[in-house]
Design a protein around this ligand. Sequence first.
Ligand code: AMO
Length: 439
Amino acid sequence: MKTSGLGDWRRTHFTSQVVPELEGAEVVVMGYVGNIRDLGSLKFFTLHDREGYLQITAPKGKVGEEILAWIDQLTPQSCVAVRGRVIRARQAPRGVEVVPLEVKLLNPALSPLPLEPTGKIKSNLDTRLDSRLLDLRRPRQVAIFKIKHEIVRIARDFLTRKGFLEVQTPKIVATATESGAALFPVTYFEREAFLSQSPQLYKEVLTGCFDRVFEIGPIFRAEEHDTPRHLNETTSIDLEAAFVSQEEVMGILEEMLVEIFTGIRERCGGELRTLERTLEIPEKPFPRLTYDEVLRRLEEHGLKLRWGEDLPTPAERKLGELMRGPYFITEWPTSIKPFYIMPREGREEVCEAFDLMYGELELASGGTRIHREELLTRRLREKGLKPENFESHLKNFRYGMPPHAGFGLGLDRLTMVVTGVSNIREVVLFPRDRGRLTP
Ligand code: AMO
């Protein structure tokens, strides 16, 4: 079938903007072909775009033969443009349809497709991710990414209002920050470098000049996990503030989450309905459990952990049964938190770190940081790291670094919670996991 270019055609409306009130108007819509049906006296197809869908109806005798023949040859998901007249039609899905005056095939789609495009036949996640473009044309997926867009927008507005400057720090770095085992090496000319696990060290240093900073960017973890909540590349919302300790940043985190949940409920009603998600807005202050309390509660439920152990998956699962919604875990053992976290004065085995959990899922972690060089150097050694490798970082602490605190919040995990999706791969456009490097 003949394809054409756009020529002088310009879209006048997204499908969702074509409403019964426009009856009689001429519109130009562009998008992808959905269901095609032939009722003998009538041929019609649905046209989808990012905002929704519209029925294009071609009654025999009312539209030209060439248009009827054109519809006969259409394949699902082909890219088309339709110039037509709006008709109020009670029997049409949205009470409105467009009768074509002129049509263009902009680009035909292959038939059969690797994915049943309407989603009526369920495809497994791997098949969907392999043909992600087709998958992302579906209303459910569009809803997830519109919500994610709003989460980022609300977070950015909120942090800007709170006086944070948005920054961009290097993603090719020389050292680990979170744990030596989980680094991706890259060849950096004649040296070895790594993909950044976290903007941790840079955001800390920037508090010494910009006072309050945040970054929304990728973090890379070479962990071999294959779970519904881990990826090897994920996005985090990181922030860091000078002259505060963990209590203040926990307050900011709580306020930001409430603002995100409230904002999504207000702005994304349609998307939440598409996802059949009722969003409960958490109340401040979120419950706070100390690490010791967590261990006690777990033991009461038959799960005994050794003090100083990180929470294994079964423990997180059990906690998720006991605690719905968001809650903090505080007063962690120093030994399981990174070197930059401030040990408690007078009780060094415990530190000023917190995790924000949502049920069984860890959403964020943060804490008060060490701002004195001697202590930082000692903690590096205690962690088995070489202070020499951190010289370019450590020297900043000789120039009057302020006391500071911050956190890193997993954007993809937060999107899972807001959308109610249980696999992180669904909320990332092109996920990277152990087995997936394309598309
Ligand atoms: P942490 O390593 O806990 O802390 O990471 C912060 C948050 O990022 C998310 N996250 C992940 N999400 C998906 N897949 C992964 N592999 C993954 N790894 C981390 C989680 C986690 O809570 N520098 C500290 C933060 C700080 O102290 O400011 C850090 O990176 O939601």
